[in-house]
Design a protein around this ligand. Structure first.
Ligand SMILES: Nc1ncnc2c1ncn2[C@@H]1O[C@H](COP(=O)(O)OP(=O)(O)OP(=O)(O)O)[C@@H](O)[C@H]1O
Ligand SMILES: [Mg+2]
Length: 311
């Protein structure tokens, strides 16, 4: 497992909640998916075994599966949890697509709201109900993401109108592809979030795609049995546990060992079910993540020196 890395030989570009980004050259970035987990925009202290691998390999899988819809940043995996990607200028919004009403949207709907991010929702929806058609509910990309309407996105000049039209149709097409592939595996892709960037003037899909961090997945059979009690095979499990543990509104910053183990299991299971193959085992002798990353980055010609673990 790895919390964070640094190296005198690699320029750190950004330490996000989950990924550490490094400069490879002017047009190339190294995205290391650490084993950190964040929920409710909080960085938790607990690491989740194999999480970085699941995020990296699952994104790699989906980037390949969706290349025909829109170009993406992915070049190749240089380590089970490190991706080489094209540097893009990220748009300052996140494109959330929902096929079902759950999570934050369900909570505000349940409290009486019917408009959200410019979308009007019908009466009498129940928790986790399928929407007539998938909807786009964009948010700003800030420390704490806020819902925003397409009109406000344009009025604030966050994205041009032509760019918005492009990423709107790309997001819906990506979601349709994701949902149909998931359905073939007995899964429901309930909702997800995409990030887009601009590269040589063109929109490209960046960051991650259809991972358990960015998406809610349900087992289709379990959903049919009880839509309102269906278990999420993803981060929603962590969010629910944290909410149940909250003291006077303060959420815990650490997960119990059994919750961390169960989270790891869910992430690995999701990978297996989506891809239809087990998460590739780590090569023997590579259980020290720092040393494995260091060796792989050297082999890829990205690193000359050493890699240190940082906190
Ligand atoms: N190809 C790319 N070019 C430039 N930036 C990228 C690219 N792909 C992803 N990013 C950015 O790298 C970061 C990934 O790290 P991570 O997801 O951990 O950050 P975050 O905590 O979600 O975001 P932030 O810290 O920016 O709020 C995000 O800020 C994302 O927008
Ligand atoms: Mg992110």
């Amino acid at each position: 497992m790895i919390r964070s890395i640094e190296s005198s030989g690699l320029k750190l570009l950004h330490r996000g909640k989950v990924r550490d980004s490094f400069r490879v050259d002017a047009r190339t970035r190294l995205l290391i998916a650490t084993d950190r987990i964040s929920a409710f925009d909080l960085k938790l202290k607990t690491l989740i075994p194999r999480k970085g691998e699941v995020l990296s390999r699952l994104s790699a899988y989906w980037f390949e599966q969706t290349r025909d819809i829109i170009p993406n940043h992915f070049i190749r995996l240089v380590d089970p949890q490190a991706s080489l990607v094209h540097e893009a200028t990220p748009l300052r919004i996140e494109m959330v697509v929902r096929g079902y009403i759950c999570g934050t949207l369900w909570r505000v709907y349940d409290a009486g709201r019917r408009d959200y991010s410019g979308v009007r929702f019908p009466e009498r929806l129940t928790e986790n109900a399928k929407l007539d058609a998938p909807v786009l509910t964009p948010t700003t990309k800030e420390d704490s993401d806020e819902e925003i309407t397409p009109e406000a996105i344009l009025a604030r000049g966050l994205v041009s109108a032509s760019m918005y039209t492009k990423i709107e149709s790309a997001a819906l097409a990506l979601f349709a592809r994701g949902a149909s592939l998931a359905a073939q595996r007995g899964l429901i892709l309930a909702d997800t979030k995409y990030e887009f960037g601009v590269l040589d003037g063109e929109a490209v899909l960046i960051d991650e795609i259809h991972t358990p961090d960015s998406s809610r997945y349900w087992d289709a059979h379990a959903y049919a049995q009880g839509p309102q009690s269906v278990a999420s095979i993803d981060k929603e499990y962590v969010r629910q546990w944290m909410r149940a543990q909250a003291h006077n509104g303060a959420l815990p910053l650490e997960l119990s060992p059994d919750v961390a183990a169960e989270t790891s299991k869910r992430y690995c299971t999701l990978y297996e079910r989506v891809v239809g193959a087990p998460l590739p085992p780590l090569e023997p002798g590579t259980d020290d993540t720092r040393l494995r990353l260091q060796a792989n980055l050297r082999t890829a010609g990205i690193l000359n020196g050493t890699l240190e673990e940082s906190s």
